[in-house]
Design a protein. Structure first.
Length: 183
């Protein structure tokens, strides 16, 4: 990611998308090799990726991406936090941000990973708030259009988040994001 070459917004989008697929093929590939090797010995290991890039919402994405870690964070961080503050309607949203921040921190003690986690926590919160608002309004696009727009938005948000995960530091991440949102 050398930005001295004058990278534009399309370059950064392609880098975010490409890095997401790199992680998927790399991590998903060796996970499938481990699953296949275990089956030779009669051991059944659970799937760790389930077509995450076809997800139509951020919450579905996190039930399909790195499932072993996602479910561990859900079961041992988010659920206890949600139960602890169940009397407040806003508390689950705080629990999502804390959980995803820890998810980012799990990858390493680096600010870009922490911001990556916070970013995904905020995406999940916005999705949850959007779902609440959607129930109040009767405006609904045609089913296929709605599903396509939901997938496209999810894919774009997840892909741009990979910039934080891949950047060497926050300065580089902010520079890249500025390139994406500046004509």
């Amino acid at each position: 990611f050398d930005l001295k070459g004058g990278w534009g917004g399309i370059d950064v989008w392609l880098l975010g998308i490409g890095f997401g697929f790199l992680l998927f093929f790399d991590f998903g590939g060796y996970t499938h090799m481990a699953i296949g090797a275990a089956r030779i010995f009669g051991i059944r290991l659970p799937e760790n990726f389930d077509r995450p890039f076809f997800s139509t919402t951020p919450s579905i994405f996190w039930t399909r991406w790195h499932m072993s870690l996602s479910f561990w964070i859900r079961d041992y961080v988010f659920n206890p936090l949600a139960v602890a503050g169940r009397r407040y309607s806003w508390w689950p949203y705080v629990g999502l941000i804390i959980s995803m921040t820890l998810f980012g921190l799990w990858h390493g003690a680096k600010w870009t990973y922490i911001v990556y986690g916070v970013y995904h926590g905020l995406i999940l919160v916005m999705h949850g708030l959007g779902q609440r608002m959607k129930r109040q309004f009767s405006v609904r696009p045609p089913r296929y259009l709605g599903a396509f727009l939901s997938w496209l938005t999810t894919f774009a948000l997840i892909s741009i988040g990979f910039v934080f995960f891949r950047a060497y530091d926050l300065t580089q991440a902010w520079t890249m994001l500025r390139a994406v949102f500046t004509p």
